[in-house]
Design a protein around this ligand. Structure first.
Ligand code: TRP
Length: 446
């Protein structure tokens, strides 16, 4: 089974070198690992919480999307989308809001920090605090739970949000799951290998400290002039430097191979001047970022191309979120009124009436033999590919009845393929798995 890795970036600014090394680069690397099913998105609803400047939000969405693609994200491999293109996310957010304890949100660090600031300024505790900021963790939980992510790589400041997402998911499962896990409980992934870059002044590189090195903005010149502004100590060329204690070295190491870093360090310890060291860092960064910057410029000039990529990403993401949301609506009681309303859950009802799922075979227009699996209510759960003769179709149905479904399935990017002896029987959305498993497990073994 693949591991679904999901992460989002808030679209309220322009990515800098620290965002690249700390989030973008490792996420892209992770997406290329075998067994990883990556969902990466732009948290543009979250951006509205922090920023009420429409131009800035719009610009940031474009820049961040272009940055990801220029940095090597493959939209064929990753499900890459904008939060605001998935209407199921705010819908789920509301469902979660209704099961989230207000007390839990009172404890959120970001909210508490805002309250503390107000108190320190002798203002009213909630002065200037919006419901968006207060409920921020619920929206984030919806982002994550919507796609049943297993792992969520984030910075340390987000650990509490992940704990809250688990709490909320668990509560929802308990209330509505009827013994089944509707939501996977996500795990936070903090990667110690991933570089947290120091900024120009040595503190963590961050827009709020105004100490960032731009990634693409300002071109090679902008990069160079920022590197020249990195603060160093006053040791002169020829004097041995404390490489380990210098953030210039930390920056170099985040982009160089082990042996190049060792060489750089040795040169510093042997007295390389800071000016020369900065030149080396510039060259190193330029070799890696230069080609990406060109791609970035091309993409920024073609927003229509990026839009197409994101629209295709939304289609891919919604292949999962739409059917899953259907299930969630049913789970909370927002089902359509045009089918009979059971008194209890599907499985209990099926047992009490002795009803079972069943296979129905037929011959299609092309003369091939196919079958359907019909659920207890007679609705189609799956439709097979065509078989050349009825016997092969029959054998496959027999096998499926006699063994757990998972013996025959593999999942890739939320799409499950069911194969018997290598031959594809059918494909369906992964969110249907629990229902199919239940249907097949409940069939007579005759
Ligand atoms: N809150 C995250 C941040 O500021 C961004 C984010 C929004 C996110 N939704 C998410 C991250 C879901 C991971 C998963 O960094």
């Amino acid at each position: 089974m693949n591991t679904r890795v999901l992460t989002g970036i808030t679209t309220s600014g322009t990515p800098h070198l620290g965002n690249y090394a700390g989030a973008i680069r490792p996420s892209i690397q992770a997406s290329k690992q075998p067994g990883v099913d990556a969902f990466y998105f732009m948290a543009d609803y979250h951006a509205l919480i922090k920023c009420d400047d429409p131009q800035r939000i719009a610009r940031s969405r474009l820049e961040i999307a272009a940055t990801w693609i220029a940095a090597g994200l493959d939209p064929e491999v990753v499900t890459f989308y904008r939060q605001s293109d998935i209407p199921e996310i705010p819908e789920l957010c509301w469902m979660l809001t209704c099961v989230t304890a207000k007390g839990l949100m009172n404890r959120a660090h970001a909210y508490k920090a805002a309250v503390d600031q107000n108190t320190a300024r002798q203002q009213e505790a909630d002065d200037g605090i919006t419901m968006g900021l207060f409920s921020y963790p619920v929206l984030m939980a919806a982002d994550i739970l919507m796609f049943n992510a297993n792992k969520v790589p984030v910075g340390r400041d987000q650990i509490q949000h992940l704990e809250m997402a688990r709490d909320i998911g668990q509560r929802f499962n308990h209330l509505y799951g009827q013994g089944e896990e509707l939501f996977v409980l996500p795990e936070v992934q903090i990667d110690d290998e991933v570089a947290t870059l120091p900024g120009l002044d040595g503190r963590k590189m961050s827009k709020s400290y105004d100490n960032t090195i731009p990634l693409f903005e300002g071109g090679a010149k902008g990069l160079q002039s920022a590197v020249m502004r990195i603060v160093t100590d006053s040791r002169l060329p020829g004097e041995p430097k404390d490489a380990e204690g210098s953030h210039l070295y930390t920056l170099y190491r985040a982009f160089a191979t082990g042996s190049d870093s060792a060489q750089f360090r040795k040169s510093l310890e042997e007295g390389m001047g800071w000016g020369d060291a900065k030149k080396q860092l510039c060259n190193l960064l330029e070799t890696q970022l230069g080609p990406m910057r060109e791609r970035y410029a091309e993409l920024i000039a073609r927003p229509d191309l990026i839009e197409d990529i994101l629209q295709a990403g939304a289609v891919k993401a919604r292949r999962y979120s739409q059917p899953f949301m259907e299930r969630l609506r049913v789970a909370v009681g927002l089902r359509t009124l045009s089918v009979s309303v059971p008194q209890t859950g599907t499985s209990a009802r099926a047992k009490s009436k002795g009803k079972q799922a069943r296979f129905v075979s037929f011959r299609d227009e092309a003369g091939q033999f196919r079958f359907r699996l019909l659920g207890v209510d007679g609705q189609e759960l799956l439709l097979s590919e065509g078989f050349a003769d009825p016997k092969s179709a029959g054998q496959v149905m027999g096998l499926l009845k006699s063994q757990p479904l998972d013996n025959y399935t593999t999942e890739d990017q939320g799409v499950v393929s069911l194969r018997v002896d290598q031959a594809l029987v059918c494909q369906f959305d992964a969110s249907l798995l629990p229902e199919l498993r239940e249907a097949i497990a409940g069939m007579n073994q005759d």
